[in-house]
Design a protein around this ligand. Structure first.
Ligand SMILES: [Zn+2]
Length: 293
């Protein structure tokens, strides 16, 4: 009997105090990946959008609402990228923790230096990004600031594990900063490209690459024949090294343009897990830089 009691006491001691896990819902794979870097086993993460999906055309599903109902925090890209489903998911979840203004409503874009921020908002032209370019996950320096904010949020939401979150955050940030030295040594500055969608503006800002044109005349608007003809003419003089596209969006049109111009297509990952070898944010950036090279 004594032995059994001793064993139970010992196992309780080893198990340590039990804390509730923080339940995180992330809209996009890269956000889930960043949360896991900082939260590790102290949080459980549900990601709403699959890596194979195009983030612009997601619709709300009952499973999303169910996940949001049980969540402590919802983390999202912001800048209206999730406008088509997220407001509905949050409202239908009836989860007071996730309502706008609450600590559990975490808009990653608050920490970002937004590019292409328009002076006036006008959706009438069909622009899907009226608040500025939402694809900042291509920019390690912006994501480092999102990581700062995320670490503070988790430390605040779960104070018992605050030191762990801050240590995990520092380890991640140190790894990224080390990698940034490698990436900045790759000679990409001044290289010219065409892109299907305005996915890579933060890459341009961070790595000094240039875009001489876009297959979409405006984000979310498919190209007309006249626009393609004009782009072909521009490409003849500007001689871009490649047409950049992502697997879920614009492949067909990019290959058509390639067949007309002889300029090769490079398929870049649009999110963590969307191409082989992009299992976390650092390998995602590694892949992007090596494909551009
Ligand atoms: Zn977009």
């Amino acid at each position: 009997m004594k032995k059994i009691i001793l064993t139970i006491m010992l196992s309780l001691l080893l198990a340590g105090p039990v804390f509730a896990e923080i339940s995180v819902v992330a809209t996009l794979p890269w956000i889930g990946s960043l949360a896991r870097e900082i939260g590790k086993d102290k949080i459980n993460v549900t990601v709403l959008v699959r890596p194979s999906q195009d983030a612009h055309t997601i619709e709300a599903k009952p499973s999303m609402i169910l996940a949001a109902r049980k969540a402590d925090v919802i983390m999202y890209d912001g800048l209206d990228l999730e406008i088509g489903y997220l407001p509905l998911v949050i409202e239908s979840s009836k989860n007071p923790k996730l309502m706008p203004g609450k600590i559990g409503n975490f808009d990653c874009s608050r920490f970002v230096s937004v590019v292409e921020k328009p002076s006036t908002v006008d959706r009438s032209m069909g622009d899907v990004h009226p608040l500025g370019n939402p694809h900042y996950h291509y920019s390690p320096s912006n994501i480092l600031r999102v990581a700062d904010g995320m670490a503070l949020l988790l430390a605040e939401a779960d104070r018992a594990n605050a030191d762990l979150y801050l240590a995990n955050h520092k380890a991640f940030a140190d790894r990224v900063k080390e990698k940034e030295k490698q990436w900045s040594a790759v000679p990409l500055k001044g290289k010219k490209y065409v892109a299907y969608h305005k996915y890579f503006e933060y890459l341009a800002a961070e790595f000094g690459i240039q875009f001489i044109g876009y297959i979409e005349p405006k984000p979310g608007i498919p190209p007309s024949a006249a626009h393609i003809e004009e782009l072909i003419e521009t490409m003849k003089t500007a001689k871009p090294v490649a047409i950049l596209v992502t697997p879920a969006y614009g492949m067909h049109e990019s290959e058509f343009l390639s067949s007309k111009t002889g300029v090769k297509v490079i398929v870049l990952p649009h999110d963590v897990g969307s191409l082989p070898g992009t299992d976390d944010l650092i390998s995602f950036w590694d892949k992007v830089v090596s494909l551009l090279k």
